[in-house]
Design a protein around this ligand. Structure first.
Ligand SMILES: [Zn+2]
Ligand SMILES: [Zn+2]
Length: 235
């Protein structure tokens, strides 16, 4: 793994980051990869990355006494989350570039989306956000937009006046998301972070129908765990 990018500080998005960094450190005896590069917005995400080894203090001390020569570290690249896209990382050979833009997941601040530009295609990853102009601009002409999806329109009556109404208010309503993807000219919309989690194929299909009802005419995939998408616009 070349680099890892944090979208925002909600546990479901970074609880396993320390696992990746610690495991990489432990395996340095076998794979001399060096520390994990972590790209994070200044604020909570960078703070989380700086502190994530702290709770492993005792484990690290034992391992260092035993076999590890050096303490675990990460190669942390911090950037300022802004409303206009800016490059935050580029591969050593220059072929792959990643831009970030601040999105709208308030009350979580400094949440960002990423646009990954490669020689074979462009992929945009929304992170968690309401449907917003920032992601629309970032997604212009993307081959794949991986966007979080929440059936807020369908659930409106059910959630009215409950805590779920608040939770849904900072996630992406699937119907306007379909309109966004159509306006941005996205080739393939991949829905992830599905709320409510579908348990049957018709429940999965309802997510696709929502983005269609919003006007999206491109290809739609309702993501499952470990769904893999191949991107190669040259074919
Ligand atoms: Zn979140
Ligand atoms: Zn989330």
């Amino acid at each position: 793994m070349t680099a890892q990018f944090i979208t925002h500080v909600h546990s479901d998005h970074l609880v396993d980051l320390a696992d990746v960094a610690m495991t990489r450190w432990i395996e340095q005896q076998l794979h001399r990869t060096g520390p994990l590069t972590v790209v994070a917005a200044e604020g909570g995400a960078a703070r989380f990355a700086r502190r994530m080894f702290d709770v492993f203090e005792d484990d690290i001390a034992v391992r260092m006494k035993h076999v590890q020569c050096e303490a675990p570290t990460i190669d942390l690249r911090v950037f300022e989350a802004k409303g206009t896209p800016a490059e935050v990382w580029r591969s050593d050979n220059g072929a792959v570039a990643v831009e970030a833009v601040a999105v709208h997941h308030e009350p979580v601040m400094e949440a960002v989306a990423y646009r990954v530009t490669t020689p074979t295609g462009i992929v945009v990853i929304s992170g968690d956000t309401r449907v917003c102009e920032e992601v629309e601009r970032l997604s212009a002409g993307a081959d794949v937009l991986v966007h979080e999806a929440c059936r807020a329109t369908a659930l409106r009556d059910l959630t009215k006046g409950t805590v779920f109404e608040t939770i849904l208010s900072y996630h992406a309503d699937t119907v306007p998301l379909g309109a966004l993807a159509e306006r941005a000219g996205v080739q393939h919309l991949v829905l992830t972070h599905l709320i409510p989690a579908p348990r049957t194929e018709p429940e999965e299909e309802a997510f696709a129908q929502d983005v269609r009802s919003g006007g999206y005419t491109g290809r739609v995939t309702v993501g499952r765990d470990l769904t893999t998408i191949e991107v190669d616009r040259r074919r």
